[in-house]
Write a protein that binds this ligand. Structure first.
Ligand SMILES: *[C@@H]1O[C@H](CO)[C@@H](O)[C@H](O)[C@H]1NC(C)=O
Ligand SMILES: *[C@@H]1O[C@H](CO)[C@@H](O)[C@H](O)[C@H]1NC(C)=O
Ligand SMILES: *[C@@H]1O[C@H](CO)[C@@H](O)[C@H](O)[C@H]1NC(C)=O
Ligand SMILES: *[C@@H]1O[C@H](CO)[C@@H](O)[C@H](O)[C@H]1NC(C)=O
Ligand SMILES: *[C@@H]1O[C@H](CO)[C@@H](O)[C@H](O)[C@H]1NC(C)=O
Ligand SMILES: *[C@@H]1O[C@H](CO)[C@@H](O)[C@H](O)[C@H]1NC(C)=O
Ligand SMILES: *[C@@H]1O[C@H](CO)[C@@H](O)[C@H](O)[C@H]1NC(C)=O
Ligand SMILES: *[C@@H]1O[C@H](CO)[C@@H](O)[C@H](O)[C@H]1NC(C)=O
Length: 313
């Protein structure tokens, strides 16, 4: 595939350059099109391969090795077997294998994202240095977002509905995410949402939604980045607590009022029973027999009255 663009001019060239050169052209073209990418996660140890392995018959003493980033920063460099000064941010977290010249970075950071170039020069017996190879490898560091944290704040409540502020947040990820929300699987538009970036290049993301909930709904908050998805779901309940007291109250009112009526009737009965005696105790104290007679004679009408009133209820 990589050879196709070069194939037509190469056919013309082949007559006077020879097959060997054509093959070389093909190989280098293939190399240029096939970018080397190394993927890693924040905090891990990552290895970036170089393009040359020093044979056991030779040593690093005869080489200059430059690992540089973006062609401007010195990540790690060796000359005549000695480590040369490097950019401060790579101090104490980089190293190199002295045979295959593989660079390691640990712990890797988001800011380490980008292209790295490995340049190898060989010095042969007091001759000038020759470039053995020069290759670029791109580092792609990602960071996982935290599981979205969903919080619900009730603002407003009536019998039929609850107004809630639902917030969702996730932090510490890379690359830049998309935050989405869904109510019963139907996507919603956030009232407000924001993405912030820390000095270390990590993103925080939040979304906020105002909802008028009339019945229980399922809410899902999702954070999507680099093909990964993290989500949290929860049930938003509209507790209809006004209805609960409304049904039993009608029943309670009946029982309560019947109890009040019964007590009232009992009070009347007792009053009817004792009031005459009380009155008599002042006027006819000695006449106990009379009192008894009165009581006896009073009894039937009272009881009949009670039954009449009860039945009317
Ligand atoms: C380089 O050498 C180390 C051991 O010293 C080995 O673990 C690693 O796989 C080698 N890398 C390559 C690209 O050959
Ligand atoms: C790194 O290189 C890219 C282009 O490849 C450029 O846009 C960017 O500014 C460079 N960064 C630094 C720190 O030099
Ligand atoms: C690297 O480690 C050395 C020795 O432990 C220390 O003196 C130096 O300050 C460190 N450099 C950085 C950038 O942390
Ligand atoms: C979720 O957010 C709330 C409010 O910001 C906070 O109090 C709580 O600790 C968070 N929970 C987690 C697991 O981060
Ligand atoms: C939401 O959709 C998923 C599949 O896309 C399905 O499994 C789930 O039952 C749905 N939930 C609701 C509440 O519709
Ligand atoms: C939130 O957005 C909805 C529509 O998406 C809108 O009806 C409502 O007024 C907004 N609420 C606030 C407080 O912005
Ligand atoms: C991102 O969130 C973390 C944890 O909640 C917090 O410590 C940090 O300050 C936040 N960073 C930004 C840039 O908002
Ligand atoms: C919430 O919805 C209910 C029913 O649709 C409506 O009666 C009520 O006025 C709404 N409340 C608010 C604060 O919008």
């Amino acid at each position: 595939m990589a050879c196709l663009p070069g194939a037509l001019p190469a056919l013309a060239l082949r007559r006077w350059l020879g097959l060997g050169v054509f093959m070389l052209l093909c190989l280098s073209l293939g190399y240029a099109l096939e970018k080397k990418v190394v993927k890693s996660k924040v905090g891990e140890k990552v290895f970036l391969p170089c393009c040359h392995e020093i044979p056991s018959s030779d040593s690093l003493q005869n080489y200059r090795v430059y690992w540089q980033k973006n062609t401007t920063e010195v990540v790690l460099a060796y000359a005549e077997g000695k480590k040369m000064p490097q950019q401060e941010r790579y101090e104490n977290r980089t190293g190199m294998d002295v045979r295959n010249l593989t660079l390691w970075i640990s712990p890797v950071e988001i800011l380490d994202n980008g292209p790295y170039q490995c340049v190898v020069q060989h010095r042969k017996h007091s001759q000038n240095s020759v470039v053995v190879c020069d290759e670029t490898v791109t580092l792609f560091v990602t960071a996982d977002f935290s599981k979205p944290n969903v919080t619900v704040e009730k603002r407003f409540k009536t019998c039929e509905s609850t107004v809630m502020v639902v917030s969702c947040s996730s932090h510490g990820g890379f690359p830049k995410p998309k935050i989405s929300g869904a109510l019963n699987n139907v996507s919603v538009v956030w009232n407000t949402s924001s993405v912030s970036k820390s000095s270390l290049g990590l993103y925080n993301v939040t979304g906020q939604l105002w909802l008028n909930v009339t019945k229980d709904v399922s809410f899902t908050c999702s954070v999507e980045y680099n093909g990964f998805l993290k989500s949290t779901s929860l049930l938003l309940k509209n507790k209809n607590d006004c209805v609960v007291p409304t049904v039993p109250p009608s029943y309670n009112v009946i029982t309560a009022s019947s109890i009040i009526i019964i007590i009232f009737l009992l009070a009347i009965t007792l009053a009817a029973k004792y009031l005459p005696r009380h009155v008599c105790s002042h006027c006819c104290k000695p006449q106990d027999s009379v009192e008894e007679d009165v009581k006896e004679s009073m009894k039937p009408p009272v009881s009949s009255k009670v039954t009449r009133e009860t039945s009317s209820v």
